[in-house]
Design a protein. Structure first.
Length: 358
């Protein structure tokens, strides 16, 4: 009998020991109640409570928690969007009792405040402004939550607007607009690059032509100086001027053939007879004489035309002079006739008057 009583006492002591001692994990607090009334908050570590009188009402986590929400709303330009909001919150260590007793469902409460803040902010913005001002939307939501949830012992750590998703058709239209703008910018850049290339090539070509012109001018000057010196030297040797000119022409002709023959695809036909050189010189002289004759003929023709024009102008002037003289003579004759008529009329009247008086 005594053994049974001892066993019962041991069991009761063990149960009381388990009901008296308990542990609390790090970053958590335990709510202790006595007969249903809040007594204290058990901190992390080993704790003691009165068995059968006090109990653990609940455990409150002090860790930062995150709540992800999707809020459907409409922008100012009547585009329905889905705003993704992430709220990071935690229980204030000094307000654990308020967080446990005053708020039954903190996530539902946070959700209500987030919906209200987002739907009060986004409808005042255009779609593009909503994308540009995501941080402003997040700050507005965070400020609204901090003021409301602080009364219940909750701290809002961070509020993030992670994404704004418009309708698929609107998103496709935005992508097309963006692509068109980028293509326009690319076309402008290509056009500017082409313009720069064309301007650069034009400047390079102009400079090249300028240098080429200067080179040609210097070359011609050197040739003229050389020819002048050659002619002077040949004249000094007693060679006739016509022979000097023929020699220079042949030299220039062969230089021209040499220049043409530098291109491998060019075919140059030359006379193969022994007298080809003299024949070639005769042809050049004939061409020069023909050119001089043509020039002299053109000069004579211009002189004849000038003489004809001078004769025509002189004849016209003489005709005008004759017309003036004829007009003057006719005017003089008419004046003389009038004077004769007046003198005849006066004598007639006087004759007629004398008999009347007598």
């Amino acid at each position: 009998m005594g053994i049974i009583v001892l066993a019962v006492v041991i069991v009761i002591l063990i149960l009381l020991a388990f009901g008296t001692f308990f542990t609390v994990q790090t970053q958590t607090n335990t709510i202790i109640e006595r007969f249903g009334r809040f007594v204290r908050i058990a901190q992390p570590g080993l704790n003691v409570k009165i068995p059968l009188i006090e109990k653990k009402a609940g455990v409150v986590s002090l860790r930062v928690q995150q709540l992800d929400l999707q809020v459907e709303t409409k922008t100012k330009d009547n585009v329905f969007v889905l705003v993704l909001v992430s709220v990071q919150y935690a229980v204030l260590p000094q307000r654990v009792a308020d967080a446990w007793y005053r708020l039954d469902d903190p996530e539902a409460q946070i959700k209500s405040y987030v919906f209200d803040a987002v739907r009060a902010t986004v409808p005042n913005l255009q779609l593009d402004e909503a994308f540009e001002r995501k941080d402003d939307i997040a700050q507005t939501v965070g400020a609204a939550l901090a003021g409301e949830m602080g009364e219940f012992g909750y701290q809002i750590i961070k509020t993030l607007v992670t994404d704004i998703n418009p309708d698929a058709s609107v998103k496709s239209a935005m992508n097309r607009i963006n692509a068109a703008q980028r293509e326009r910018v690319a076309a402008q850049d290509l056009a500017e690059a082409d313009r720069i290339r064309v301007v650069t090539e034009a400047r390079a070509e102009a400079e090249a032509k300028q240098l080429q012109g200067e080179g040609i001018a210097n070359q011609r000057k050197a040739i003229i100086d050389g020819l002048h010196a050659s002619i002077a030297e040949l004249r000094h040797e007693g060679i006739e001027e016509s022979d000097v000119i023929n020699l220079i022409l042949l030299t220039q002709y062969f230089d021209t053939l040499t220049t043409l023959g530098r291109n491998g695809a060019t075919t140059v036909l030359l006379p193969g007879t022994p007298g080809g050189v003299s024949q070639l010189g005769d042809e050049i002289r004939t061409a020069l004489l023909t050119q001089d004759a043509v020039r002299e003929g053109q000069t004579e023709q211009r002189v004849a035309q000038s003489l004809d024009e001078a004769r025509n102008r002189a004849a016209a002037q003489r005709g005008t002079h004759r017309d003036d003289q004829s007009g003057a003579e006719r005017g003089a004759q008419r004046g003389s006739a009038r004077r004769d008529g007046n003198s005849g009329g006066g004598s007639s009247v006087g004759g007629t008057g004398e008999p009347t008086g007598r």
